[in-house]
Design a protein around this ligand. Structure first.
Ligand SMILES: NC(=O)c1ccc[n+]([C@@H]2O[C@H](COP(=O)([O-])OP(=O)(O)OC[C@H]3O[C@@H](n4cnc5c(N)ncnc54)[C@H](OP(=O)(O)O)[C@@H]3O)[C@@H](O)[C@H]2O)c1
Ligand SMILES: *[C@@H]1O[C@H](CO)[C@@H](O)[C@H](O)[C@H]1NC(C)=O
Length: 282
């Protein structure tokens, strides 16, 4: 378990390329483009978040960019992640898709650009990675990584001796889906684990074991799950469209889950996938 010195929303993880990513970010999957996304991002920035996770596929990059500009916060103090859609895999198509994301965001550069999932083919994944490397060389992207990659996909990418290694693998992880195989491989390869759907999309928030632990620390079930991710050493990107929850989800730096309770939470694993699971794709 990686132990980091937490400093609230100013807690950073040093990526393998030495760039700093805020450990806790706001995810905006399934937040409607327009007012809903602008509000959520605005509330998050007001609450002190400095990391937003979007994707071309979420159709709200435009609204994320608007909220960032309206905040008046200097660009270099906000970390923006977006992602390459599966249907845009390939070299030319990935370059074009990344340029379009930049345009929609209205930004000069993307902090972290991810291959959203491995759902294409070995050739198209390799072409896509080459395109991402090119975007870094052109200064339009600072860091590149992958999402939903299983160990075999990571081995394929690392085995192609890329000029730039992936700095993160963004995967679904929470106590009901601990993904120890992928996590261990990433840790050994200095690829940071970014935990998506850290609240299991809300599916497991009523779990009695979780709620017993939450009561013990006088925290909500969601806060315990976010704190669990942080103590596991993961970057974590909970989503909410509600101001109070966005604030609540960042209020996770005033307690420490004891090792014994971390073990109890780990023991809830049942390989439960709340969304999709491309990690098992060929
Ligand atoms: N790379 C990928 O393939 C991938 C896949 C999925 C997700 N992600 C990323 O990860 C982010 C988070 O994952 P997710 O959106 O799937 O799910 P999540 O963060 O695990 O859960 C979001 C759900 O929990 C609810 N919620 C949030 N805070 C709460 C609180 N304090 N108390 C009670 N309920 C709360 C939200 O409701 P309200 O919004 O109504 O508050 C929403 O229904 C996404 O937004 C996206 O950025 C990436
Ligand atoms: C991936 O692309 C690079 C650069 O074009 C090439 O040298 C390499 O052979 C490719 N690897 C695979 C496994 O296709």
């Amino acid at each position: 378990m990686t132990r980091v010195n937490f400093d609230g929303l100013q807690s950073f993880y040093a990526l393998s390329n030495a760039r700093q990513i805020p450990l806790l970010g706001l995810g905006v999957y399934l937040v409607e483009p327009g007012k809903a996304t602008e509000d959520a991002v605005t509330w998050a920035l007001q609450a002190g978040y400095r990391h937003i996770d979007t994707a071309a596929g979420y159709r709200n990059e435009c609204s994320v960019g608007n909220a960032i500009r309206k905040s008046g916060i200097p660009r270099d103090q906000i970390f923006v992640t977006t992602k390459l859609r599966d249907k845009d895999h390939g070299f030319d198509s990935a370059i074009a898709a990344c340029e379009l994301s930049l345009e929609r965001l209205g930004l000069d550069y993307i902090d972290l650009y991810l291959i959203h999932s491995p759902l294409s083919s070995p050739e198209r994944r390799n072409e896509s990675w080459n395109a991402l490397q090119k975007m870094v060389a052109m200064g339009k992207v600072k860091s590149i990584g992958v999402s939903n990659y299983g160990v075999h996909h990571l081995k394929e990418l690392l085995g192609s001796n890329p000029t730039i290694r992936p700095v993160v693998n963004q995967i679904e992880v929470h106590p009901w889906l601990t993904r120890q195989d992928i996590v261990s491989f990433c840790e050994a390869q200095h690829i940071a684990v970014e935990a998506y759907s850290p609240l299991s999309r809300g599916h497991k928030l009523q779990d009695p074991t979780l709620n017993k632990i939450a009561a013990k620390y006088s925290k909500s079930a969601a806060q315990v799950l976010i704190r669990w991710s942080l103590q596991k050493g993961y970057i974590v990107i909970p989503k909410s469209s509600h101001k109070e929850r966005i604030e609540q989800n960042a209020d996770v730096f005033d307690f420490d889950i004891a090792d014994g309770d971390m073990d109890v939470l780990d023991s809830l694993n049942e390989n439960y996938v709340s969304g999709w699971d491309p990690t098992v794709a060929p």
